[in-house]
Design a protein around this ligand. Structure first.
Ligand code: AMP
Ligand code: MN
Ligand code: MN
Ligand code: MN
Length: 282
């Protein structure tokens, strides 16, 4: 069985529609796919229609931007009910925060001589949610940087043009919305946060206390060392292990859909979680 439990569509900063994403999942022989758009579950309805026909089992997901100790974390929710009122209300707040942030980002870019970034970024967002990725694509196409790597060095990051502070969901709230919607909360790509081991452990202790249950052991940007360290942390904190490519884009993406390393033997796979109803196909 091939599992990929982290991916994006045009409902956030991915470039494939949910339909195209599900088609690609089938092409790449993914058996179980989670669509986990940033702060948004609106693509799940379209994804569900296709998944039933093309042999890919869809897990309803979301990737919530959360704040912990003044840092940004991404928390993936798996098996969420997108119609749950508490989750929907939380995500609505996040979407408003994103629109408001996008306007401040554009103002900051204008101060640095780059005009029209708000409208420019909107052109790249098919469904209206605005992320830094849409600004990045605008900046690349206008010639301000040659690729994603370069644009996120020169712009949109702390201390560079286009970066503004933003308040995301407190970690406790992100976990609580996911649980209210019947889902399982998973720390996304832990190695990407560059936390010291002390901070990582503090964060995981809080995450578990709030009701978090999983961690991506195979996550985007994880090398062999990261996988080893994350496996040990999963064991220490009693977390189940997840696997996700964090696929965004077939052209310029770093990661292909379904291109994920196997979980180490000692991990307890998140797909055995009773709330995901995937155990019957193990
Ligand atoms: P946002 O959630 O709007 O702040 O945007 C964050 C998104 O930007 C992430 O989900 C990635 O898709 C993208 N991103 C951030 N840093 C990088 C990077 N160094 N290279 C490529 N994409 C990045
Ligand atoms: Mn993204
Ligand atoms: Mn992420
Ligand atoms: Mn992601």
């Amino acid at each position: 069985m091939k599992y990929d439990l982290h991916s994006h569509s045009t409902y956030s900063d991915g470039t494939l529609t949910p339909t195209q994403l599900l088609q690609r999942a089938a092409d790449k022989r993914v058996d179980v796919l989670a669509l986990t758009d940033h702060d948004n579950t609106d693509g799940l309805a379209e994804a569900r229609k296709i998944a039933d026909d093309n042999g890919v089992q869809l897990v309803n997901g979301v990737e919530i931007s959360a704040t912990w100790s003044k840092r940004l974390l991404h928390i993936v929710g798996l098996g969420v009910d997108p119609n749950n009122a508490e989750l929907a209300a939380g995500l609505k707040q996040m979407q408003n925060a994103r629109s408001e942030r996008a306007q401040r980002m554009a103002k900051d870019l204008a101060r640095h001589g780059i005009e029209g970034a708000y409208e420019g970024a909107q052109e790249y967002s098919k469904e209206g949610l605005l992320s830094r990725t849409h600004f990045a694509r605008f900046l690349i196409d206008k010639g301000y940087a040659k690729d994603m790597k370069q644009v996120f060095k020169r712009y949109l990051v702390n201390g560079k043009p286009g970066y503004v502070n933003s308040e995301w969901a407190p970690l406790a709230d992100a976990v609580s919305w996911i649980k209210a919607a019947g889902g399982v909360a998973v720390v996304a790509h832990p190695a990407r946060y560059k936390l010291t081991m002390t901070k990582m452990k503090e964060m995981l202790a809080d995450f578990v206390e709030y009701g978090g249950e999983g961690i991506e052991v195979i996550g985007s940007g994880h090398n062999d060392d990261d996988i080893r360290i994350t496996t040990a942390l999963a064991t220490e904190y009693g977390l189940m292990s997840s696997v996700g490519s964090d696929f965004h884009d077939p052209e310029k993406g770093r990661r292909e859909l379904g291109h994920v390393a196997p979980l180490p033997e000692q991990c307890v796979p998140i797909w055995q979680h009773s709330s995901l109803s995937l155990n019957k196909i193990n």
